[in-house]
Design a protein around this ligand. Sequence first.
Ligand SMILES: *Cc1c(COP(=O)(O)O)cnc(C)c1O
Length: 381
Amino acid sequence: MSPEPAVRAEIVVDLAAVRHNVRALAAHTGTAVMVVVKADGYGHGMLPVAQAAREAGAQWLGAATLPEALALREAGDTGRILTWLSVPGESGLAEALAAGIDVTAHDEDGLAAVADAVRRCGTPARLQLKVDTGLHRNGCLPADWPELVAAARRGEVEGLWTVTGLWSHLACADEPGHPATAAQQAAFELALAQAADAGLRPEVRHLANSAGAILHPGTHHDLVRVGLAAYGLHPAPGHGPALDLRPAMTARASLAMVKRVEPGAGVSYGHTWTAERPTTLGLVPVGYGDGVPRHAGNRAEVSVAGVRAPLRGRVCMDQVVAEVPDHARAGDEVVLFGAAPHPTAQDWAEACETISYEIVTRVGGRFVRRWVGEQHEQEDT
Ligand SMILES: *Cc1c(COP(=O)(O)O)cnc(C)c1O
């Protein structure tokens, strides 16, 4: 039954699932957990997810950008927050320091920018240093690391900041047995030793993303930074221990219309699919304007009244057509993706030749978002 009043298209985010996943990851790793809430909580809603993560015991929140980190503080979050992606001259750095947000430096220009912000806001920074152990995205190259840690130690002695953390990021942790992971672990350990030689005594050393947290215990150190797995999706489906992750996001809609077409009827723009027999088609009122990948056309499935319904023809801006059971009616619930036995974000990722990260993060547009499973007095486990 569809809820009252009928909803064209909505994203339902189960915060109890987020809490469950965070607790499962903490239990599995035995380390402190940072829940990464960048990109609007991977499309789940940054603030509700952040609150659920804290309720489940997340000691840290991870935000890519300064505005994300500041928004967490402005919403009242008082815990530790780390941010790592800004550009030279970007505003917000002094505000972040004043708000007690841990910031990341990747090179000596980054240290200079933090020093400048410290002088402007008068608050010593909580500074973390990132070493590039092989992802070759941001982070300090190993050749420059000894100088960076020495400079960071000088700034610490001067009282500009406390170096609270040392960290790096994995490139191939979702491929079990990929040699890059062991190489990155070794490079990280060398970088930690060099920082210790320079006199740095950080609170936290961290390397693992979700895949590291689930698959590579040697990457755990003091803290794991989990994004995808906290949302209940597996970074390497079929690999590693069974963790009972619960997908938090369900993308659903109501069928706008149902019609019966004759053999030979071409469907949607370009007629890339043609009915071979009398066929019942259901109109799903969402499209690429709502973040539904156009690549899903003729590939992904939705479920209608519990039955798998393959998409037929191209995804349009506002609409897409599915082949639905003959008993389907306008107004019936369509689940694009959610938890099994519905199609999952992972199923959609495979159909669209992408990753589940992209499926949940891009969906949005005119979907209305709704949160369920807020924490009540007696907590679930
Ligand atoms: C996004 C991100 C993560 C989380 O990665 P998942 O694979 O989603 O767990 C962790 N660390 C950094 C630096 C990130 O940018």
